[in-house]
Write a protein that binds this ligand. Sequence first.
Ligand code: NDP
Ligand code: 8X3
Length: 254
Amino acid sequence: MNQSAPVIFITGATSGFGQAIATRFAEAGWLLVLTGRRLARLQALQATLGGESKVHILAFDITDKQATESAIKGLPAPFSAIHVLINNAGLALGLEPAQSTELTDWETMVDTNIKGLMRCTHQFLPSMCQRKQGYIINIGSIAGNWPYPGGNVYCASKAFVRQFSLALRADLLGTGVRVTNIEPGNAETEFSMVRFKDDSRRADQVYADTDALTAQDIADTVWWLVNTPQHVNVTTMEIMPTHQATGPLAIHRQ
Ligand code: NDP
Ligand code: 8X3
């Protein structure tokens, strides 16, 4: 076991961006802490990416405050000193206009995308500051910059992630801890299956006849960011597929 290998902690590693980031860093010899609710997927990843000595898995629901805190507090050596935190776990639920949504869907997005991310960050900040070293990469979204119909609370949750990232930079000035908000656009993962609650027809339509971003694109971006020199801090990074752009403002005519 390589005791000196750096450690990356990835929330939401059981699919999509998180899984691709885990694979990218495992290939480079990093130690991994991987989280998510689906234990079987975490176990499969652990087996594929190097076994228990290289990959520590934590199955918990990030909306559960106590489960999150106790999972992170119990990290054993050599996984306890985290060099990079990837706040990735998140989801959108629904694409209905605000007036037609389920309140519980809104609450789940807030509990996951905002509170889950906030709690993980809060728990790692003191040790990162004490060691004067660490890198927090938040996975925001273009939805935090560009509101769209049906985006409602998802857009708002990602606006939180953006502004929280910027405010963290202000507080962490002088500590050596870096923060970046990556803001991806349309990317083909399990995201749309989750958003449309396993309606594969609607999910497939999101990616039909496009050349969407891939999870690998985001993993390569994270790898590049982490390997920039310590004196460089990329504050925000908005990435769309070439086939995506912003649209005009809407006008309703009588
Ligand atoms: P996926 O659905 O493929 O992955 C989401 C991950 O989040 C899964 O590993 C899931 O794990 C985890 N997760 C969700 N809810 C919880 C929870 N309550 N507790 C613990 N883990 C949870 O989607 P993506 O990879 O696309 O999404 C990753 C991030 O990227 C999200 O924050 C998303 O908002 C953001 N994003 C996605 C874009 C896209 O178009 N795909 C574009 C811009 C941003 P499990 O189910 O095992 O708990
Ligand atoms: C996911 C991208 O455009 O579906 O954050 O909101 S989008």
